[in-house]
Design a protein around this ligand. Sequence first.
Ligand code: KG4
Ligand code: ZN
Length: 352
Amino acid sequence: MIGPSKLSDDARILGIESSCDETAASVVTPTGAVLSSVIASQEAFHAQFGGVVPEIASRRHAEVITAVVEEALRDARTEPSTLSLIAVTNGPGLVGSLVVGAAAAKAYALAWNLPVVAVNHVEAHFHAAFLHDPAAKPPDVAFPILCLIVSGGHTDLIFVSAPGEYELLGCTRDDAAGEALDKVARLLGLGFPGGPAVERAATEGSARAFPLPMPNVPGLDFSFAGLKSALARHVESRGVLDPSEVPGLAASFQETVMRTLWLRTLDAVKVRRPATLVVAGGVAANARLKQVFAEGSASLGLPLIVPPPTFCTDNAAMVALCGAAVFQRRGPDPTDFDVFSALPSPGERADT
Ligand code: KG4
Ligand code: ZN
């Protein structure tokens, strides 16, 4: 290991993301200016199967990854010779998908004689909070930060006392929030991807249509499986669901999930007294989540950062910026690094 390495503020980092069903590449600076961000979604290829098919995902990544990287460099008017670093997600995610991004990053690093760093996808989601338009100043994000990552695979409450200093305070004991939304979308016949489909259906319904019990979990953990089962039992009891009931069920479920996320975050705020609250990950693209958190944090006078929706869902700009931080903290990785379907969340203790 070479150890901590410096990057100048105007250095350019190429980020590559392929952990699930988005092939993405981006060029950012170490201060988070996004010079380009290209995302090739595979949504249409998986929709007919009602979820991500791993074999299709990896094939599709392999088909488009070089074109996506070339487009990101072109959009950023960046030649490979002016890059300083390549960053790539190496987990958690679908192994066959991760391998494509990792192999591409290693090949580019060797061909262009650049250092490479492997990045944890959950840590990358946190870095979306620092991304900004090159014409704007970097956002002022004061530490300590309480960060909620809500995605398809994770519901993690992470305390970030200083850059790179993480402590996992709580996580889900069963389904992640996004996973529960995806399953409920399927139950309600709303299709894939589920979170946006539930959000769309909910706009037509009342959150009071179907009262759901708030999950009762000790400590700072979450649970969404009980909520999902309550809704499943209701749908089963109906036999055939009347389509007019769907918007109310979607709105009720969405509301209970967002309120649960806020109330648990509030518990952590009271204990840890952060200077900033960050919410990121795919579910943070939800407008109702943003509203609930904006109202709650405003009543506490607590600054809140929810990245724009395109930087909440999977993207490579967050990977590139996270890579810059990791590189400056611990230096480059050897080019034989592996990929992992599961990885500890940032700040997760070895004994948990
Ligand atoms: O971060 P992400 O793109 O991928 C993972 O790392 O998992 O998150 C995907 C999750 C999916 O469960 C998807 O249904 C959910 O985020 N999601 C949403 C919205 N957009 C994506 N959930 C609620 N409302 C949305 N607008
Ligand atoms: Zn993600």
